[in-house]
Design a protein around this ligand. Structure first.
Ligand code: DP6
Length: 331
């Protein structure tokens, strides 16, 4: 049978940068994100047989490098939970620019978690799916629930993501460079922890910012959400730049977008910039302002508007009937 799931990327308002436990993929701090309604990943999982390897096709190309190893390790976890030794064929269509710091692994592992859990007959709650997705990629934890979500720090059981109340918001993604980044976030996190003198302060301050962000979201205070978002992004980049040898993800074109966003605010258009592990910049704004923000940023890169996205969910499950978890994980 084939199980197919869809998931969307998320952009952190308060970033996850660093693990407390690499084996269990436990984060050093909590984080908060907004799910996008653009760049979906659609993934199908079909059980094949007991022998050989898993197969992975991404965007029509057979994958046989490190990405396959990561998928196989993830499927090993699913097989362990299911008590199965069946191999699987994974076919994924990822519309996120892969590896460019736009959370391709988040939507990728969230879609894989939902599809694989169904294919292997696991009956997982949305929290369980979020814990499972975490083992594939940290940010995937937050692509299981929809809307604005918090990913809790803590032990294996406590560390899942869930939707929190928040005001309506939109994002404008400015893609400056859609090629793969020079240093992946996993390795960059390790180097930051090992060598950046700013890392302990990052952990202490981000722990406070998560609580401040959740309070601002609950109060519907868009201005405070925006201010915290931009500040936390710049703190993360400062911490990363403090690594040795240094790592710098933002380039002059990224900084130009931060400047343009500051100029918008000075003109009374409220928008705030953030960026993940790459040069691309994502701008947070009110839904009613997204077209104005997008047109003001036209020319800085390829501009795409996004609203708040849905939870990861099962699209279809051939040969197994309906999955009750699809309903729960769609919320
Ligand atoms: C900068 O989730 O890609 O986007 O857990 O090692 O797979 P791994 O890392 P990943 O890191 C994302 C880092 C970030 C910030 C964020 O999304 O919170």
């Amino acid at each position: 049978m084939t199980s197919t799931a869809v998931a969307h990327p998320n952009i952190a308002l308060v970033k996850y940068w660093g693990k407390a436990d690499a084996d269990l993929a436990l984060p050093a701090t909590g984080s908060v994100s907004m799910g996008l309604d653009v760049f979906p990943t659609t993934t199908s999982v079909t059980l094949t047989g007991q022998q050989g390897h898993d197969a992975f096709t991404l965007n029509g190309r057979v994958v046989d490098d490190g990405a396959l190893v990561r998928v196989e390790r993830f499927l090993d976890l699913v097989r362990e939970l299911a008590g199965s030794d069946a191999r699987a064929e994974v076919v994924s269509d990822n519309t996120v620019p892969t590896g460019a710091g736009l959370a391709s692994s988040a939507s990728g592992f969230a879609a894989l978690a939902v599809a694989a859990a169904d294919a292997y007959g696991l009956d997982l709650s949305a929290r369980d799916l979020s814990r499972l997705a975490r083992r594939g990629s940290g940010s995937a934890t937050r692509s299981i629930p929809g809307g604005v979500s918090v990913w809790h720090a803590g032990d294996d059981q406590a560390s899942f993501a869930e939707t929190v109340p928040a005001p309506p918001m939109a994002m404008v993604v400015v893609t400056i460079d859609d090629g793969p980044k020079e240093i992946g976030s996993r390795e960059a996190m390790r180097r930051t922890i090992a060598t950046s003198p700013f890392y302990p302060a990052w952990v202490t301050s981000t722990t406070v910012t998560v609580d401040d962000m959740l309070a601002a979201c609950a109060a519907g205070d868009f201005t405070r959400i925006g201010e915290l978002t931009e500040s936390n992004a710049l703190r993360m980049h400062a911490t990363i730049e403090g690594a040795f040898p240094p790592i710098r993800y933002l380039n002059s074109r990224s900084v130009a977008v931060f400047d343009a966003v500051a100029a918008m605010r000075a003109d009374g258009l409220e928008a705030y910039a953030t960026a993940d592990a790459g040069p691309n910049v994502v701008v947070l704004c009110r839904p009613e302002d997204r077209a104005r923000v997008a047109s003001a940023l036209d020319g800085y890169g390829a501009v795409i508007e996004s609203g708040t996205g849905p939870a990861a969910h099962l699209l279809r499950s051939e040969g197994s009937g309906e999955n009750p978890e699809a309903e729960e994980s769609t919320r």
